[in-house]
Design a protein around this ligand. Sequence first.
Ligand SMILES: [Ca+2]
Ligand SMILES: [Ca+2]
Length: 360
Amino acid sequence: MSQSNQNTLSSSITLANTSAQIRRIAMTRLALVTLVSLLAASSSHAALIGYWNFDAGSGQTVADNSGNGNSGFLGTSAGADGGDPSWSTSGQFGGAVDLAAGNRVTIPTGHTLLPTTSLSQVGWVNLDSFTGVWGSAIQYPFTPGSHTNPFFENGIYIQNTGGLHTRIDGTQASPVFGTAVTAGSNNWHMVAVTWDGATGRAYVDGQEVGNFAAPTPIAYDNVSPVLFGVNAGGGETLDGRLDDFAMYDNAVSAEGIALINGLGRFAGITQTDSAIASGEAVFGATSGTFKAGKQIWAYGTSLGAGTVGLTGGSVGALDAFIVLDGAGNGVQLVGLIPEPSTALLLGLGLLGLVSRRRRK
Ligand SMILES: [Ca+2]
Ligand SMILES: [Ca+2]
């Protein structure tokens, strides 16, 4: 709210000579505060360049829910084809795509998914099986380097050891990080790769599993489709579900990755939910609370071992937490918001009360 609005309201409150006027002004003020909050919550993440929630449930189109127009289709063509995955209603958040080996999602050439100096890729996988040594979750256009066209390894690959594999450009060695991703256990894992222009980092389930030096800006010598589920040659297939993938043209912070994972699991919110940024702000301020879905979270200390991204506790016991620094500080669940139906009834009751009092 602007200072002038506050002054206007303050002056009005001074002049108000009946309790009804004061109540009306208070309601106006509440409405203004609510409007400002809603406007803030609806602003999009400036760095989000592509976002696919895989919630369509039918048809061939895979919408880009970031609003950047980077939509695609199931399989190898916009019509029905043998590479089409099926839609699943059992995603990490709503629907998902369910890929058998060889299935894919294609974001065709013409997309604007071409970050050059920093980037992040974040998403959720639930693998039925390892189909070979490598499974490609997401692959973005290739770059020059020791790997010639088509370049197979820009993106997130999952090895059959459960490790994560990625490169930012073709000049790097071929690291494999961690062993945390499972197959055949019906478990959703959050996988992520970030790059700040100097260092690439790999994350599984909100925690960093490794990093590598990658100081060379990406110089695209060709623009290929972005693919989910296969590499550029149609190999290194993935068997399982994918959900809620996003690409950013900045490096999402370790705290941001931890919050995407933790609040995704505990509060059921997706990457575009403003609670992610709110959680970062509360942690940065080392005080305060924020809302995530139907939950209220607060800054917390002594939450657990100092591993950024560590989660623990449960929603049922109201002791869920997410560690966001090396000293065991982070955010913790402190309360539950009533079901929408209850909140709606309370709201309608309040409106009825105001209406009755105005008629007096
Ligand atoms: Ca198709
Ligand atoms: Ca989904």
